[in-house]
Design a protein around this ligand. Structure first.
Ligand code: ASP
Length: 327
């Protein structure tokens, strides 16, 4: 029988409502959660680990890298066939992508959680954990990078984002939909996800700003980021990758200061492209030396830029790494 390491790492899946404050707080141990995944012993041997009991807004990039190192040690063990990790849902996509970029393994690594705490009717933690364990033992799930499993749907860490603040199927892949499903404990994949490069890093350079464009914006926030010593800037631009003209000088200043600027769209779907030649248009930004992040969400491409910058500050390398696996 295959063996799966389950890392308990906080989030709503480990929470219950505290009667005094009438709000959910971390309470359940890994053993208590696992006991609710009834019948799983017929599918896999489980080895439980505890990493944290944090809600995801408390998770930092540095903790994500520590978790990546823990997972690396587990997948290097011959007796472990796959790893499942619990996580709060708010920053789950960022951790999933950092793990995906920094782990080199064929073994399935699956991240899950819950949208409802154990005090709510329809607590979804045990079902998500069961489906994740089924994925971790699946031959089909090998070599697909880190997967996110919720509500019987599998999404790739590269593509997934939390698209709904309360639905059980909160995790979605914009543009394409899930890459697979867990049906009756069987894992079925419907398509591939483009693979990018992976790098093993030991330290993280996490000082990367994310700026969302709004009408009439100027260069003030970009200048603030430069002056505060940020090492990289992600801009969630408008539409196809365009910014207001008053931001352009700031972008130029950042690039002249060797600070990489990555542009994605604030639109939920679609990709950026050098369609427009006016001041601040995508073509204008490309000519200045901006990196394009294809169809990625700002918070995800920030993680990719972070990993790139943690490996090297060479602009050519950073551009190639960030654009690798994108179109
Ligand atoms: N706010 C919670 C967290 O991200 C939500 C969840 O886990 O679903 O930790």
């Amino acid at each position: 029988m295959k063996k799966v390491a389950v890392i308990f790492n906080g989030g709503t899946i480990s929470m219950k409502v505290d009667e005094r404050i009438q709000a959910a707080v971390p309470s359940l141990s890994g053993e208590e959660i696992m006991a609710m995944v009834t019948g799983i012993e017929s599918y896999a041997k489980i080895e439980s680990h505890t990493f944290s009991d944090l809600p995801s807004p408390h998770v930092t990039p540095e903790l994500m890298l520590e978790l990546s190192k823990k997972v690396r040690a587990l997948v290097e063990r011959e007796d472990i066939d796959g790893v499942v990790i619990t996580h709060g849902t708010d920053t789950l996509e960022e951790t999933a992508y950092l793990l995906d970029l920094t782990l080199i393994t064929n073994k399935p690594v699956v991240i899950t959680g819950a949208m409802r705490s154990s005090s709510e009717l329809g607590y979804d933690g045990p079902a998500n954990l069961a489906a994740s364990i089924c994925t971790a033992i699946s031959e089909e799930a090998k070599g697909r990078g880190v997967l996110v499993c919720f509500n019987g749907e599998l999404n790739s860490a590269r593509e997934v984002t939390k698209a709904n603040s309360m639905a059980l199927n909160a995790f979605r892949t914009p543009n394409f939909g899930p890459i697979g499903i867990v049906d009756n404990n069987n894992v079925i994949f419907y398509r591939k996800c483009p693979k990018g490069k992976h790098i093993v890093i030991d330290k993280l350079n996490s000082h990367i700003a994310l700026i969302k464009c709004v009408a009439g914006m100027d260069e003030e926030f970009i200048n603030f980021a430069i002056d505060k010593g940020y090492k990289g800037i992600v801009i969630e631009a408008m539409g196809r990758g365009n910014i207001p003209p008053k931001m352009v000088e700031g972008v130029k200043r950042a690039i002249n200061n060797n600070i990489p600027v990555v542009v994605v769209s604030r639109c939920f779907e679609g990709r950026v492209f050098e369609s427009y030649g006016y001041e601040g248009g995508g073509k204008n930004l490309r000519d200045i030396g901006v990196i394009f992040g294809d169809n990625m969400q700002g918070q995800k491409v920030r993680i990719k830029l972070m990993v790139a910058l943690s490996h090297s500050s060479n602009m050519k390398f950073i551009k190639e790494f960030v654009e690798d696996g994108l179109y």
